[in-house]
Design a protein around this ligand. Structure first.
Ligand SMILES: [Zn+2]
Length: 245
């Protein structure tokens, strides 16, 4: 079941032969810890069984139930003594907790177009298969950027330092009268300037820029075609205005 879920996430089908871009352990973490909030099947199953055991122990006084009470509850649910059991609490006891990531609000910002959020999630995990990464892994020989054809295609170069990407960002800046270009996009987004709605909309614009730059990069790689940055920026802002209205 877990394999089917994993394959569907990364390929939209049941069979997937390539390595996932983000590990399943990370995918199954809550969104604040950098995951997609999916449940780990094994832990969910154990938590559900524990609920059943808990229910039985409250209804019966048989010897085997006492054994379950002594063995299972003390082994797995010791933190829940004195509290009512729930599958959620059981699951939380079983899973490995992670640190809260600073970028979860940028990825799951309500103004984002959903497909942009998923791409940004991979960006913040530094998991996009850029040419720099593919060359480092021995999969590609050439790490040259598909957008400018000059520099090494790292994530930082591709999204913020490439001359093509800069033109998209500059065009968007002119439209919204806000300076976007920065080396540390996360720190910039966390400055929290303006109202919550304005922050959300600017975050959605930056997230859309990430998505469109990556899309143009893939279009250049697979279709050998690159749309003019001003056209990309204009279409992107048009889509966002529909979303925000
Ligand atoms: Zn470039």
């Amino acid at each position: 079941m877990e394999t089917l879920c994993r394959n569907f996430l990364w390929d939209g089908g049941t069979e997937f032969m390539r390595s996932p871009l983000v590990s399943w352990d990370k995918v199954c973490k809550p969104v604040k810890e950098g995951g997609l909030g999916l449940k780990n099947n094994a832990h969910s199953n154990k938590a559900a069984i524990a609920k059943f055991v808990w229910w039985i122990t409250s209804k019966s006084d048989h010897l085997w139930v006492k054994w379950v009470n002594i063995y299972y509850q003390q082994q797995q649910l010791s933190n829940q003594k004195g509290h009512e059991y729930s599958i959620f609490k059981g699951y939380e006891c079983l899973r490995e907790k992670g640190a809260i990531v600073p970028w979860h609000g940028c990825v799951w910002n309500k103004w984002n177009i959903p497909k942009h959020s998923l791409m940004a999630w991979m960006y913040y995990h530094n998991s996009l298969n850029t040419n720099e990464k593919l060359k480092r892994l021995g999969i590609a020989e050439d790490d040259t950027c598909y957008l400018c054809g000059i520099e090494c295609e790292s994530q930082d170069h591709l999204f913020f330092n490439c001359c093509y990407s800069k033109k998209i960002l500059e065009n968007v800046e002119q439209q919204i009268k806000v300076k976007l270009s920065t080396q540390n996009i996360l720190a910039w987004l966390q400055q929290k300037k303006g109202t919550i709605k304005k922050q959300g909309i600017v975050t959605a614009i930056v997230t859309a820029c990430l998505y469109q730059i990556w899309r143009q990069r893939n279009q250049s790689k697979f279709e050998l075609h690159l749309t003019k940055p001003e056209i990309v920026a204009r279409q992107m802002m048009g889509d966002l205005r529909i979303r925000i209205q």
